[in-house]
Ligand binder design. Sequence first.
Ligand SMILES: Cc1cc2nc3c(=O)[nH]c(=O)nc-3n(C[C@H](O)[C@H](O)[C@H](O)COP(=O)(O)OP(=O)(O)OC[C@H]3O[C@@H](n4cnc5c(N)ncnc54)[C@H](O)[C@@H]3O)c2cc1C
Length: 531
Amino acid sequence: MTRQFDYVVIGGGSAGCVLANRLSADGTSTVALLEAGGRDWNPWIHVPVGYFKTIHNPNTDWCYSTEPDPGLNGRSLKWPRGKVLGGSSSINGLLYVRGQREDYDHWASLGCTGWSYEEVLPFFKRAENQVNGEDEYHGVGGPLSVSNMTFSRPICDDFLNAVAENGTPINHDINGATQEGVGYYQLTTKNGRRCSSAVAYLNPARSRPNLTIITHAMVHRIGFTDKTADRVHITRKGEPSEIIANKEIVLSAGAIGSPQILQLSGIGPADLLQEHGIKVEHHAKEVGKNLQDHLQIRTVYKTNKPVTLNDQLSNPLQKMGAGLQYILQRKGPLSMAASQVYAFCKTRLSNNRPDIQYHFQPLSSDSPGEGLNKFSAFTASVCQLRPESRGEINIQSNNAMDHPSIQANYLSTELDCQTAVESLRFTRKIMETKAMSGHIKCEHLPDPTAQTDAELLEQARNIANTIYHPTSTCRMGVDEFAVVDERLRVKGVNGLRVADASIMPEIVSGNTNAPAIMIGEKAADMILADR
Ligand SMILES: Cc1cc2nc3c(=O)[nH]c(=O)nc-3n(C[C@H](O)[C@H](O)[C@H](O)COP(=O)(O)OP(=O)(O)OC[C@H]3O[C@@H](n4cnc5c(N)ncnc54)[C@H](O)[C@@H]3O)c2cc1C
């Protein structure tokens, strides 16, 4: 079976939903959105705390794992990625963070014309419906609802004050003039419910006659005629079919899916493609390379009073109360994002801008997505903002159903190792402040006996985990090895762009959902301008 559209968007995630909406908005072009997952009907998707139910769940998560990583003492990590309309924005931690001005200015300095902070800011603003109103940095009236945190606990205030006591300024808007500082996160929620990219961008566009959303459409590869991408091969419920693109194909399958589909389509390192019997359409040696991620070290401290959610939610009556509170008021523990307090701080290794980020939570568990610990404790997760370690993604066969191999190569450079150690020392200083020390019974993680740099690094290697921000596997740039140019066109072929977190030349200094949505907005603008 064959169907034809002007634009075919592959992947209905953070960026793909933006493209489906913007490209179909004026009604002059037909657009198909192809998504391997299903509709976002699982009710837990829409309850903020529901990510505990949707990650590691094969109905909503691709359930990837990394290869055993030498930098993590051979551990393999689970890497959740959304497999549902909304993509990872349907299962993520809801935190709204854009990164630093310098990140985008750096992209521009690498030759990516049009991507400086001043040039991307209008797209962040166009996407946004900011609950606190419009200003120089924020927009209102956009599809993406950005709200203030409604859930907190007194220990969150104490952590905030402790970070300030340790020398980091209080900053109520990390997406404003400057990022450095400590405060409460803003969330992509609307009236206490998740505002995924599907909720924000697809729901209002769903009834347009020129937009066709095809769920359970597994993309196997893109087809070419004379180096022009003009069709997409999919299966739906096992049935193969072809989707023809009259104008362009936009690949928005995310930092794992996009390089995988390019490689399966013959765009990638020639030796890898030949090894798997794939015809080389264009030798592009960096497709799948430059993989970057934020590695979080979840430090956990036991408290001397039952002031954490571990205590509250271990009591069945209080648990029921929390459910009732959410149903009646859309507030309480179920309205909780993945973290409450942020802190963007400078370690001694950084003198000009924050190099580490905290995610503070008044709870603890052995691993995100697992049950809470039985003891009273809180978590201060810390991650390096601009890691130098680079990993890679490679297909393992010519079958799209086989997961590619993910080699993350965490903690493989000197700076990354030093920053991990510094961040653990920095955390201990915060815990020694007047504001915080009164709460602490003992350090649970890392091991309190770890004192030397070598011992602390060993702890990091044993306990660190992904914070779910893979990027940069289809790097944008102007040099010969970049995968896409500054208008996101795949080099070496025509009619094909990539628009998602994979195009970031370098990872941004913060969480990656808002930047992926900005990339979708800017891509749509460029595609319409080039039409
Ligand atoms: C558990 C978790 C927590 C996170 N927390 C936060 C947070 O709090 N704040 C934040 O800013 N960021 C967070 N992130 C990161 C952020 O959500 C992602 O960076 C962002 O959503 C990436 O957007 P994207 O468009 O690049 O890809 P995605 O949103 O992942 O979209 C890719 C889409 O392509 C589809 N696809 C892939 N392959 C195929 C194929 N072969 N055929 C058809 N469709 C395909 C996928 O199913 C998916 O829908 C989190 C991520 C996760 C997983």
